[in-house]
Design a protein around this ligand. Sequence first.
Ligand code: SAH
Ligand code: SF4
Length: 386
Amino acid sequence: MVSAEKLNLLGLSRAKLKALFTEHGEKPFRADQVMKWIHQRGITDIDAMTDISKNLRELLKEHSEIRLPKIIEDFASTDGSHKWIIEVESGSKVEMVFIPESGRGTLCVSSQAGCTLDCTFCATGKQGFNSNLTAAEIVGQLWWANKHLGGYDDKLERPVSNVVMMGMGEPLLNFDNVMDAVDIMKDDCAFGLSKRKVTISTSGVVPAIDKMKDYTDASLAVSLHAPNDELRSQLMPINKKYPIAELLRSVKDYMASLSDKRVPVIEYTLIKGVNDHRQHARDLAKLLESLPCKINLIPFNPFSLSDYEVPSGSSVSNFRQILQKAGYTVTVRTTRADDIGAACGQLVGDVADQTQRSDRHKKRAESKSGKVFDKTDNLAVMADRV
Ligand code: SAH
Ligand code: SF4
């Protein structure tokens, strides 16, 4: 039985591990060794760390351990995707999804159980907020994906080449833990992912985007979903606090702070009759004129607590064409992992709803659909977009 009080080495960045060793009179390079054991070799037993003296191992065991989040369910799709339901220490369940594509494997991780922000089109928002994930619980998702996909079995290539923070929650409202987790994902003594291949997706928490440049150089995706403040505020309440002009200013500043040339991904969920008109596309093209970026169009993924509808194929292609003619690189997300999504959505529908949002939305949706609420549909498609 593990004790929740012990320090969890899984979530410690190299800087924090080094500080810990130095504090105990040990050489800082011990941090490199421990990180390699945990993240590169998949070792969770301190006694198995054979290049560390017995005395030091005893000291480590006394104060610390390697504690992983629990995998509750594991689903494999016929299209090669995987989805896992994990239980975190708060008792909440969150999801992560792995999507293999030619030449890369993308893992979509969760950063919070639920979300405070209540975007009208998002199933996570409807659940309210339960807890922030710890750095260990965020990194633990990557550790588990590696383990399950054979990444610790002496393979030269790791199955996960890209990580996107597009699962449950708003990563920038769990800032410190997300920054530590991103650090570990990029660290050469841990997962060694390129800064270009770790993407933080945000709904636009401007002060946190402003702060990010002092903490990370990870890639950025921004959920815009509307070309003007009036519509964006209807879809995303956070826009009332941080309107579009401020958001775009902070995104530009962040991109300018990076040492290489990179552009943000602008995410735009297309909802039938709401934000998918040709004029919206023209306005979007104009709005983003001064921000070099890629645009990712995401046809709305329906769920029973929402009245919104999926856009028609022709409105998606019209929207895309208008943006492409204006010179943008545009991708349209295709749905993956439908089969496993449909099988298990209820398992993660238990995040405590402290806001009564679910009831409110359910009443509205009841007349429209007999379907069971399914967060999974939502998450499985999110991973597939950067
Ligand atoms: N909180 C962050 C990251 C998690 S959401 C953010 O908002 O960016 C990841 C992406 O999925 C966001 O772009 C979000 O707008 C989108 N999304 C949420 N619900 C969706 C739905 N029902 N259909 C399509 N995209 C959705
Ligand atoms: Fe939260 Fe992102 Fe969902 Fe909005 S879209 S409610 S920010 S998880």
